[in-house]
Design a protein around this ligand. Sequence first.
Ligand SMILES: Cc1cc2nc3c(=O)[nH]c(=O)nc-3n(C[C@H](O)[C@H](O)[C@H](O)COP(=O)(O)OP(=O)(O)OC[C@H]3O[C@@H](n4cnc5c(N)ncnc54)[C@H](O)[C@@H]3O)c2cc1C
Length: 561
Amino acid sequence: ALFKGPAQVLNRTYDYIVVGAGAGGGVMASRLSEDPHTRVLLIEAGGSDFLNINLSVPGFAPTLPGSQFDWNFTTVPQAGLDDRIINYPRGFVLGGSTSINQMAFNRGTRDDYDRWARVTGDDGWSFHKLYPFIKGMDTVTPPADHHNTTGEFDPAVHGHGLLPISLPGFLLPTDDKIIETTDELPEQFPFNLDYNSGDTVGVGWSQQTIQDGRRVSSATSYLAAAFNRSNLDIVVNTHVTKVFPVGSEGHKPVVRGVEFAQSADGPLYTSKATKEVVLSAGSVKTPHILLLSGIGDAAYLSSVGINPIVDLPAVGQNLQDHPYLRISWLVNSTDTLDNLQRNATLAAAVLAEWQTNHTGPLVLGGGSQRAFLRINDSDAFFASLGTSDPSAGPTSGHYELITRNGFGATRQALPAEGHFFSFTIAVVSPSARGNITLASTDPFAAPAINPNFLANPVDLAIMRSGIRAARAFVSAPAWSGYILSEFGPSADAHTDDELDAFSRNNTDTIDHPVGTVAMGKGVAGALEPDLRVKGTVGLRVVDASAFPFIISGHTQGESTV
Ligand SMILES: Cc1cc2nc3c(=O)[nH]c(=O)nc-3n(C[C@H](O)[C@H](O)[C@H](O)COP(=O)(O)OP(=O)(O)OC[C@H]3O[C@@H](n4cnc5c(N)ncnc54)[C@H](O)[C@@H]3O)c2cc1C
């Protein structure tokens, strides 16, 4: 049952208490409750309005960060970004960040998972061992416009799982030019039939968590399948403030207690799991809850007045995220998505079309094609920077380019005139590491978030390569007569120093924080390879915090695996 507050669940007994209903928690609550004898409580801080129209219309995704469905976190000043503070969106509603994200659906690469296996010492995380589960996760459904998708993906690498995905359901005039470019410049921009095969490298059609023109989230898929189960209770509008020991086994605390409240000044409640507590509050809030609970670096916790119960220095450390920016060109066309933002009558008409048929441009998620690319001669490139290749291996890109049939910029608004084509450029194999620490011991206060963007010069060098590759892409013959000129502040940036200045001034987060309670050996790891929190009994972390390395693509897919 779904409850708007904790009153009804306080006197019930649960085998598992899952904290957070995002990519990880939605799947955990759904899978655990498949056994009718297993009683599961899922606690979500945000609300239950996951079918709100703004969360359903794929084209409205850009309006969700900063809305009531966002935690509205910000970072600490970023030294690598000219000391700018940036917004750090995280979903605050059933579905978590899968309810507010850009819907790109990505699996990790062969090399991404094999690196996880190496650093955890557990072959179960290798691509080979994971592949049957990965393949069984999604089902490719027809695109909203029902066009023939032969040649746009490889059916052989997809299964019949609970997560519906689809190819872009509204074709754009730039689609052909993008695919033609892969014919014209195949060495630099090879076509990749399916970037979810384990090898992302190349240019391919986007696969997105969209079905019949509507957003798919962990709430519309996994949780919806479980809503009517009598052994699953879901409580929304309820913040977990800490977890606590209910006893000890050997020298280890048994952390099966959960404390929660509806507001900073409201009453505190507790509940105890008979088997396990599963933290799935995401890469910002899971380490936050652990630190508030006294699970973290003992010396640090004592210094801020929290009694340490487990000394686990890795909690909150190893934050990795993908920095991105955008560049745009003026184009010789009026058929771009810019019209939707400028013309209220047209915007109303396409919304009416979406409401009636679930078709039209609003069925599009962010970017109909994307390219994961490697730097040429990468060994020499990274050696010249005094380092080794930060990517997981040859199936992983160093940077990603995402196409956009319209204006795109992280810091400039749509100009009043002109039509545009843009690339989003992201560093997908970053070297920078940041952290999550406490700004206050008040559980309702946000933690201090430091992704440390572009603090490592290697990330700046990859960003430069990405910008130069984007320019090379639109210089292919397919674009002649269409691309007029590069637009905005990037147009004047050519030397390394100019590109770096542009990057520092325009980089933002593509919203993929991971690794803050990572699996790993020794003190570098907070979790055992089976996701149990080291030094505890009865406590697990199942969300993107657990990734020991960020994958070289978008992160919702792995948070679901
Ligand atoms: C704006 C945006 C765009 C993105 N675009 C993409 C994309 O296109 N493709 C992609 O693959 N990935 C994308 N991502 C990232 C992807 O959505 C996340 O990697 C993924 O959802 C992480 O899953 P998670 O389970 O770790 O956390 P989340 O999905 O964030 O879930 C955490 C849940 O825990 C809840 N919670 C937190 N604290 C508490 C507490 N104290 N008590 C109770 N509940 C709590 C939260 O409200 C939330 O519901 C995007 C993310 C954002 C924010």
